[in-house]
Design a protein around this ligand. Structure first.
Ligand SMILES: [Zn+2]
Length: 369
């Protein structure tokens, strides 16, 4: 009896130390949520679009060079060239939702198809018609980050790094109390103090193409340093460049920014992998805030007046997600991401509000070790 109690107690202590929550239904201990602003499903599933690698339609000054970097006759090879981590790793070991060719449709349920309404739906789990602009107004609704931050085991362990300076409002930094570093805000957490000086000096000296959006390289650096120093259980990384290069009408820079985002995903994923002998306990979710239009002009913009802007994609990789690759035949909405993040961490966000959509189907099926 004594020994059995002892073993049970030891197991409980181990579960507590490992941070297993909600009775330990999931293997995921930490979630890395990454969004790539305005990256179209067209490029995700088909790679670069031939008609846009062009001076007029795509604003590409050196089409030959961009064709060399991104063009291949085969769809499959072309998308791999653009996003090798997504196609060589996530598509094999995880899942990708939203390929219309596979009859899987992921859509925004908000009717706006621009950033704040999209991030609101994604992070709060429902579309709120009151969110109708990108203005810096504090979000009246709690995001899944804010809700988790108040749950046992999460205070001080939820953080966000964003390229766009509206995120402190979307995440309601004041009310939620979560750490948010966004826009050209200096980076604060570094393992090496010399690097802190160098990175912030560089950010202050380089020309800024957008006053409200910093380059994703800074966001990524801030997020990786924070990950190593603070060990958050939910880290949100909001990358922004692809949307802004598309608005600027530069298809070459849009493709290059997308390829960098894919490289950042690989870097983040590799840096969170456990040392040999330990179990992998991180789930990566990657998605976007909205789609964009189509054609020679439509690709630059998005919104209700640009058909197709409602269509998005979601990629998931982690110990609780079956490796089904590109999902076939189904539908999902952007709103389902919030409860999926919580469910992976053993928490039920959809029970908090009847408006919150349930977790995505088929992405959380605990695999026993
Ligand atoms: Zn945009």
């Amino acid at each position: 009896m004594g020994t059995r109690f002892g073993a049970g107690f030891a197991l409980l202590c181990w579960l507590a130390a490992a941070g297993v929550s909600g009775g330990g239904q999931t293997h995921t201990h930490t979630v890395l949520l990454v969004t790539i602003d305005g990256l179209r499903w067209q490029e995700v599933f088909h790679g670069a679009e031939q008609g846009l690698i062009d001076r007029d339609a795509g604003g590409v000054p050196e089409p030959a060079r961009i064709r060399e970097q991104f063009w291949s006759e085969s769809d499959r090879e072309r998308r791999r060239q653009l996003m090798p981590f997504l196609w060589d790793v996530i598509a094999i070991e995880g899942q990708i939702l939203g390929d219309p060719d596979q009859d899987f449709h992921v859509r925004c349920s908000n009717k706006r198809y621009f950033s704040y309404p999209g991030y609101h739906e994604l992070l709060c789990g429902f579309a709120d018609p009151a969110i109708d602009s990108n203005q810096k107004r504090n979000n009246p609704n709690p995001t899944v980050l804010e809700w988790l931050h108040r749950r046992p085991g999460f205070p001080g362990r939820v953080a966000a790094f964003a390229s766009w300076d509206v995120f402190p409002f979307i995440l309601n930094r004041g009310r939620s109390g979560i750490y948010v570093n966004a826009g050209w805000q200096p980076l604060e957490f570094f393992r090496n103090p010399t690097e802190k000086i160098q990175w912030n000096k560089l950010a202050a000296e380089i020309p800024r193409y957008w006053s409200g959006v910093r380059y994703d390289a800074f966001t990524l650096k801030g997020a990786s340093e924070y990950w190593h120093l603070r060990k958050p259980r939910l880290l949100y990384v909001a990358l922004g460049e692809p949307d802004d290069w598309a608005h600027a009408g530069r298809y070459d820079l849009y493709l290059q920014a997308t390829q960098r985002c894919d490289r950042y995903l690989r870097q983040l994923w590799e840096s969170v992998q456990p040392k040999t002998g330990q179990t992998a306990r991180t789930t990566l979710i990657v998605t976007t805030d909205h789609g964009r239009g189509d054609g020679r002009e439509g690709w630059k913009s998005h919104g209700a007046q640009f058909p197709g802007s409602d269509r998005i994609w979601i990629a998931i990789l982690g110990p609780d997600t079956p490796a089904t690759g590109v999902r076939r035949q189904g539908t999902a909405t952007q709103a389902q991401v919030a409860a999926t993040v919580a469910a992976l961490l053993g928490e039920d966000f959809s029970a908090t509000d009847p408006r919150v959509a349930p977790p995505l189907p088929g992405v959380l099926k605990t695999k026993r070790p």
